[in-house]
Design a protein around this ligand. Sequence first.
Ligand code: GLA
Length: 716
Amino acid sequence: MNIRHFLASVLLCLATMAYADEFIRVSTKSTDIVFRVSGNGRLYQSYMGRHLADEADLKHLPHGTEAYLTHGMEDYFEPAIDVRHADGNASTLLTYVDHKQETAADGSRHTVIRLQDKEYGTQVSLHFSAYADEDVIKTHTEIVNGEKKPVMLEKYASSMLHLTGGKYWLTEFSGNWADEGHMSTAPLNFGKKVLDTKLGTRANMFTPPMFILSVGEQATEDHGQVMLGQLGWTGNFRFTFEVDENDDLRLISGINPYFSSYELGAKETFTTPEFYFTMSYEGLSRASRNLHNWARKYQLKDGQKGRMTLLNNWEATYFDFNEEKLCNLMGDAVKLGVDMFLLDDGWFGNKYPRHGDTQGLGDWQETANKLPGKVTKLVEEAQKKGIKFGIWIEPEMVNPKSELYEKHKDWVIHLPNRDEYYFRNQMVLDLSNPKVQDFVFGVVDRLMTDYPGIAYFKWDCNSPITNIYSHYLKDKQTHLYVDYVHGLYNVLERIKAKYPNLPMMLCSGGSGRIDYKALSYFTEFWASDNTDPLERLFIQYAYSYFYPAKATCAHVTTWNSGTSVKFRTDVTMMGKMGFDIKLSDMSQNDLAYCQEAVKNYRRLSPVILDGDMFRLYSPYNGPHAVTQFVGTNQQSSVVFAFNTYPRWGERNNPVLLKGLKPDTRYRVREINMMPGAKSNLGCNDRVYSGQYLMNVGLSLLSTRKITSHVLEITAE
Ligand code: GLA
């Protein structure tokens, strides 16, 4: 120990002797975060890990690191907050004011710790909501400018957490359009790793705001300490993982401060987005179930309601349709047995009809010669046929070739003095402007007012923010990325308030925009435009770490039509099922198969959509993928097993099931069989104990390429 460290510890001891430390504990069933108000009045995080049963142990905890690290003081690592005060001083020193703990209306335990900079009056409140049974914590921060003049927030993290354990592995997700869900894992060593986006609207095109962090050892499905983290922000985000000189990990989550310095007026409050996380000490499987259970109960819109199966016309027609074609497709929806027909892009625009993606976006009136009977006719036709009607919109966007652009150029995010750059031939409307918010709200409101029979919206968003300049924000350009998202939430809030029972799909050229804040307004998301079932095995698997099947839309299409309809349908049944296919191109057998699968899905939806999910074989690890769902009462279960490209001589072990009751007997039946086909599984129509199924397992895997089996397992 050098002299500096020695003196520091003496001072710390003296301070600690003068004032007894106070501890604040944020707890779930399995996890504790322990904060310490130290003798010097500052707040430290002393612990984060497994629940500590004995309160008396808290005093033995290490001192810890400053909980919400500020810029400009004596800790030299990445700060959570950086405020340029009105006098130009950039330092902030936060001391503890008080804290409050109470049970919130949703049953979670809410803790708020208030801190203040005595010199400048800056107030920082750290909020934590702990969902004990689900082992999920959501956290955010409120920052109040206590000065008489505006200050500039340069950094304003939602959360800063400190992990110890010496060794960390980060799993990140990356991709691109139709290429989502690449997972890669690497150790975190000294220094920083940053995951962030700068795309604004379609913010997650290259990476979604989620990560997996293993602590101590690399977690597997059933072993190891692991954290799943997700930021509720439908815009630019940043996660910073910094390992310091003691091998401790500092994790900062929040809005990406990139081009986002935010001016806060006197006495104004800035509320950060929420960071959601769960910790599991039994590996990834438990962590995912924690998040799924929490989401269905508390976060996902209509998380405890059912979902509609559907037929979408996008891949069946693209832009080439008219009323008659659509009515025929509705007939196909009825034939399939699905709940709804979803009309996609291409139904609007008159001066510039939307016959392709180059024009019409922004002009939300039905194209007269395509849909002479307007949406009224389509809704009526659907009602006559006994199905629901849903419709596609992309209300935040505009094609330069549109009446909207001609009339309201100032509503479009564009640089006043440069050529325009287009992404998919379109531009983004400036949602920081309240008039634009009214317009976007009006798109939904007008449709719902004119056609109250519309039962569903698919809300798309196909461009990142390009040509970044807001004509509304004038000299506050660095507010655009943040205020855009606030504007979007304002619109979504109004829609939810006026149409509380309206289900909506969150789409963004596939999964270019997915997070749990957005999903408080949307019932589901479109996981990818790539519907090749082999690709979808990977993409859906990646999203399954964070999102339940109920939220993850999957459609049967003709992508990779070399694969069987059975294989394609079996993959979609692991999510919120739909079709985007022409029945006229299908054989009788394929159609009969799909009809049967829809019936099976209807029966098994409570298990797949609301049950516990167990990932048994990862497609990332080899040529098989197996996922099991277990109904909440363990009376029924569904297993989806896929063989992709096994080697000819591969030897396969039985698949051990999970989550069943050991002493219950279950009948195993293979379902989703092609008409006339007989199961080649030895286990078909046999009865086994749960113990057998979980310890001896079933031979489900084979070397037959691109084949699948679906098992329904029912307690006798
Ligand atoms: C995006 C969506 C697709 C489809 C098209 C329509 O790409 O992801 O599902 O709706 O837009 O233009």
